[in-house]
Ligand binder design. Structure first.
Ligand code: NAG
Ligand code: NAG
Ligand code: NAG
Length: 370
């Protein structure tokens, strides 16, 4: 993260450029880089923000800043895994129309999640599949029937209409349910890791069938059929992926120098208010939240004698003494951020996935003379 040190200053400059009507593209690409992005995302068909991401975002936003300092930005507490980026991938697979079902197959669907947006350096620490149905539950149990859910990993592209063939796929999950709940979660960490490394990602196949019940074939089939049709209000599947981007984690707790304009002599070193508005830099269409934030900056003098409020080092105290004796030869210490806190940003990436990403050192809390 070589570019991060200039980040707050970079944002300020980007803002200034807008004000001055200057060319934005260079600053913008530097800024995007410091956010870990190569281009400005332009969502085509933005999906609603998954509630789990809103929940985590809101929780982090309301943490008091003292706790923020303690909170580990490189861990997702909610899932108890390492990570600083949470993405929710939408499923891009299609329903498979099956000519001759072997059993009472209610639904057969290919699931495909395009993980190509993950950078090579990101370490995948969690992948969780969610299957959501539009009603709270479907009951199958009254006559002893059960829903059977099977999830396969595909290893071979099959011809159209041949997808139900047993070869070229591996059963990952087989579960029976007396009822289908609104939301089912499956741990796909191992599978998703495989998609990134050895094997091509050919997706998954989801099958839901009904079976069971006691006797006689004909009336039972009718009942099963009607149970089956109740499921076609099947809604959607998504894959939540947590990764750890090491660059952003290494950046934490490093001190960096401030970039500032001339001072008036009476101004002592302290944090100044600076609100960065994402809409002012033209980012409102891909940054979902926050709309902007109080980034602040450090500005002011570090005169002799340095007082405790100026949070100086022994070195800075000596430097002011030398400066007071030899103002030409030795400069004053610099007024720089000594405590910074993180923020989380919720945004759409270029594939219209929703991403919640944690950034260290985005807000200046305290300044000091160094
Ligand atoms: C996955 O997304 C990338 C761009 O992010 C695209 O180039 C690629 O074609 C996509 N793959 C599939 C199979 O849709
Ligand atoms: C998910 O599966 C992986 C192995 O594939 C395992 O290491 C991990 O602990 C599992 N996570 C949970 C929450 O069960
Ligand atoms: C120095 O740190 C203290 C807390 O440790 C803080 O209250 C004060 O505002 C800081 N000084 C400056 C100039 O930021």
């Amino acid at each position: 993260m070589r570019l991060l040190p200039s980040f707050s200053a970079g944002l300020a400059w980007a803002l200034l450029s807008v004000v001055l009507g200057m060319e934005l593209s260079l600053q913008e690409s530097l800024l995007l880089k410091s956010l870990g992005l190569s281009t400005r995302p332009s969502p085509k068909t933005p999906v609603p923000v998954p509630s789990v991401l809103w929940r985590i975002f809101q929780k982090r936003k309301t943490l008091p800043s003292t706790n923020k300092d303690l909170a580990d930005g490189c861990r997702v507490e909610e899932f108890n895994v390492p990570g600083n980026i949470i993405r929710v991938f939408t499923d891009q697979g299609h329903f498979i129309h099956n000519g001759q079902p072997q059993r009472l197959l209610c639904l057969q669907k290919r699931l495909y999640f395009n993980l190509s947006v993950l950078e090579e350096s990101e370490r995948l620490t969690m992948a969780q599949l969610e299957i959501k149905f539009s009603q709270n539950s479907y009951h199958a149990s009254s006559q002893g029937q059960v829903f059977e859910l099977r999830l396969y990993q595909t290893f071979q592209m099959s011809l159209r209409g041949m997808s139900s063939h047993e070869h070229g796929r591996e059963l990952l999950v087989e579960q029976s349910f007396a009822q289908l709940h609104k939301s089912l979660l499956f741990n796909l960490s191992g599978v998703a890791k495989g998609w990134r490394t050895q094997s091509r990602n050919l997706g998954l196949i989801l099958e839901i069938s009904v079976s069971g019940g006691d006797d006689a074939a004909a009336p039972r089939t009718g009942r099963l059929q009607s149970l089956c049709t109740s499921i076609d209000s099947f809604v959607d599947t998504s894959l939540l992926v947590v990764t750890l981007s090491p660059q952003q984690c290494k950046a934490s707790r490093r001190r960096r120098s401030a970039h500032y304009t001339p001072v008036t002599p009476s101004n002592l070193c302290k944090p100044r208010r600076l609100y960065i508005s994402f809409s002012d830099v033209g980012w409102e269409n891909w940054i979902i939240a926050p709309q902007g934030y109080m980034a602040n900056y450090c500005l002011g003098e570090c005169p002799f004698p340095l007082t405790a409020e100026l949070n100086s080092t022994n070195h800075a105290i000596l430097q002011t003494m030398v400066h007071s004796l030899d103002p030409e030869g030795t400069p004053q210490p610099c007024c720089v951020p000594v405590r910074l806190s993180p923020i989380s940003i919720l945004y759409y990436d270029n594939n219209d996935n929703v991403v919640l990403r944690h950034y260290e050192d985005m807000v200046v809390d305290e300044c000091g003379c160094r």
